[in-house]
Write a protein that binds this ligand. Structure first.
Ligand code: FO1
Length: 318
């Protein structure tokens, strides 16, 4: 394990990333872990500011998440959505009654001029989340998915169109002007940083927006801590979500090796599933250390075990 004053930074998207973030939160002290979440999935809906990945991580760390769906709150009710349907409002994006409270409060605080970081910290405090959870930026960045059916705002592609249109590319609107969250950038320069972990999130739409923020790529290359990623692809398929489908549509093989190649020279180490161990040699030939491990996280213990393996791997000579 790592020394008490050392820190780990996890970069993550929604469901898959949140599982590993929870494992890390259970095997590190609160002051040792910072989670930076993608905010390029954020959007404005029904007049509310929605931050799906921040909320997925926050609810997961609070132990309040719906573990079957992966997003939203457990024991949710849907009265508002049903009433909205009756009024012929927009119901393609499902907002539960309890979840709505989060969006209402966030929207109110943002409208008062508070930053997304301050709002997130306040929500986390009120839900007794003691891990430091940061948005990747306080400035708006919005993913646009370029598809065969034209350009789609991320949630339109993901939820409304159920990821059906074939993907041709992505762009992150606002990225050039967006500043990385200040504590995030500061941590990358901190001597106490012992590891940066890219969680098993979608490389194209969850992790790439974080890596594309001005200055983040350089800061990651310059930082002394090793950068590790956990493959979101196991046996040629994504554990959840459209990552493998996207890879095929982008004419990439849907393999852990292709994910390692995508992250390229940023990576010092790559954790792949044991079932993909045959790809280890080809990944090592890229100059990346490989750890085959059990990466499918069904139980809480799976999450903790994987987090422990990842942290121990980061401390081995990379
Ligand atoms: N995902 C869905 O597939 N359908 C939904 O209706 C939906 C609603 C939703 C509401 C709040 C929230 O925080 C997340 C929600 N998600 C929903 C998940 C979200 O769209 C995606 O998981 C992420 O954006 C991808 O990481």
């Amino acid at each position: 394990m790592i020394a008490r004053q050392q820190q780990v930074l996890a970069l993550c998207g929604g469901v898959g990333g949140a599982k590993l973030a929870l494992g890390l939160a259970r095997c590190l002290a609160p002051q040792q872990l910072t989670v930076v979440a993608n905010t390029a999935d954020d959007f404005e809906h029904l007049g509310l500011s929605i931050s799906p990945d921040l909320d997925t991580v926050m609810y997961t760390l609070a132990g309040l998440n719906d573990s079957r769906k992966g997003w939203g709150l457990a024991q949710e009710t849907w009265q508002v959505l049903a009433a909205l349907e009756r009024l012929q409002g927009d119901t393609w994006f499902q907002l539960g009654d309890r979840d709505l409270a989060t969006h209402l409060l966030r929207s109110q605080l943002l409208a008062r001029g508070e930053s997304l970081s301050a709002v997130t910290a306040q929500l986390c405090r009120r839900l007794a989340v003691d891990t430091r959870l940061l948005p990747m930026s306080d400035d708006p960045v919005r993913t646009v998915v370029e598809t065969d059916s034209g350009d789609l705002a991320f949630q339109h592609y993901f939820v409304r169109e159920r990821c059906a249109p074939a993907v041709r590319g992505f762009r992150f609107e606002g990225i050039e002007a967006a500043r990385p969250q200040a504590q995030f950038l500061q941590l990358l320069r901190d001597d106490s940083l012992a590891a940066v972990v890219i969680c098993p999130s979608n490389p194209f739409v969850s992790v790439q927006p974080i890596l594309s923020l001005p200055g983040v790529g350089d800061a990651l290359r310059q930082c002394r801590a090793p950068l590790l990623a956990v493959s979101p692809i196991v046996g040629g398929e994504a554990i959840k979500g459209p990552a493998a489908k996207m890879m095929r549509e982008l004419s990439m093989p849907s393999t852990a090796l292709a994910v390692a190649e995508y992250y390229g020279d940023l990576l010092d180490g790559f954790v792949i599933d044991r079932s993909d161990a045959a790809q280890a040699q080809a990944i090592e030939a890229l100059g990346i250390e490989v750890l085959p491990a059990a990466t499918i996280m069904n139980s809480l213990q799976d999450r903790i075990d994987l987090a422990q393996r990842v942290v121990a791997f980061s401390q081995s000579p990379l």
